[in-house]
Design a protein around this ligand. Structure first.
Ligand code: CAA
Length: 264
């Protein structure tokens, strides 16, 4: 496994845990971290044995406190566009990962950190988590997808309130508006995310990936097109070895054991 300087990647029994690891800068996203993340995502994509990815932050204060302000402070307009593009590309790569991704938000998830969590399939938060898009306080706007993904997730009116005020939300407030699925104590957070990941990992990888892709594609289209995407994916899945195992196991009154990978 490659050794990174600003992230850590561990893989156990098909579950990968990627930890943002610049605790002195509250895990802020600089160019070097984004490059390492992109590299790690490519490695995860190529590894058929990985079934679920969990993202979290090192230290007890932050998931990610945003893009690195000392870096963006020096950028020209062209440099800013390139920086935003680099961040958007790696966060889109995360969102497009075929496997389920859980954000385990252990502290500040501000700016680019909140935007990173938004690209995950769902968010578990510690009681100490804080969410926000405070870019307006810096005289800028979110640049890693926040103006696009947040309204799609929580609705335009709530997203506008968060982006216009730059206010921080507690974990409970974030759960109330549908940003966070569940809240845990700091000690339980990654344990709980891993338990959920283990449950997900018992399901067929091909059908998990098909479900994720169908939901994500459907969110970007009209209902009729989304239903057509679902019909096609359903038919494809029904022809898979995992569907034979799953339906057969039900009829034989036994527990299904899914072995199918993406290429079966
Ligand atoms: N970039 C660079 N360094 C950061 C940082 C960031 N986003 N956030 C925190 N740090 C650094 C601080 O500069 C400080 O470093 P030093 O010890 O060397 O001074 C260290 O991390 C600890 O931070 P604080 O002393 O500020 O800790 P605190 O507990 O008092 O406050 C905080 C915590 C509320 C998160 C505060 O650090 C803060 O507001 N950070 C900035 C949050 C922010 O504005 N994020 C958006 C960034 S822009 C962006 O993300 C654009 C985009 O969409 C791409």
């Amino acid at each position: 496994m490659v050794v990174y300087s600003s992230i850590e990647l561990t893989c156990t029994d098909g579950i990968a845990i990627l930890t943002f690891n610049r605790p002195k800068a509250l895990n802020a996203l600089n160019t070097s971290l984004l490059e390492e993340l992109s590299h790690a995502l490519n490695a995860l994509k190529a590894d058929e044995s990985i079934r679920v990815l969990i993202l979290t932050g090192a230290g007890d204060k932050a998931f990610i406190a945003g893009a690195d302000i000392s870096e963006i402070n020096t950028l020209s307009p062209l440099g800013a566009k390139q920086f935003a593009q680099a961040g958007q590309e790696v966060i889109s790569k995360l969102q497009e990962l075929a496997i389920p991704v859980i954000a385990a938000v252990n502290g500040y998830a501000l700016g680019g950190g909140c935007e990173m969590a938004l690209a995950c399939d769902f968010i578990y938060a510690s009681e100490k988590a804080v969410f926000g898009l405070p870019e307006i306080n810096l005289g800028v706007i979110p640049g890693f997808g926040g103006t696009q993904r947040l309204p799609r997730l929580i609705g335009a009116n709530r997203a506008k309130e968060m982006i216009f005020t730059g206010k921080h939300l507690t974990a409970a407030e974030a759960r109330e508006i549908g940003l966070v699925n569940k809240i845990f104590s700091p000690e339980e957070l990654v344990v709980a995310a891993t338990e959920t990941a283990k449950l997900i990992a018992t399901k067929g990888k091909a059908s998990l990936c098909a479900a994720k892709q169908t939901i994500n594609q459907g969110l970007n289209t009209d209902l009729q097109t989304g239903l057509a995407i679902e019909r096609d994916a359903f038919a494809l899945m029904l022809a898979s070895p995992d569907a034979k195992e799953g339906t057969g196991a039900f009829l034989e009154k036994r527990k299904a054991v899914f072995t199918g990978g993406l290429n079966d």
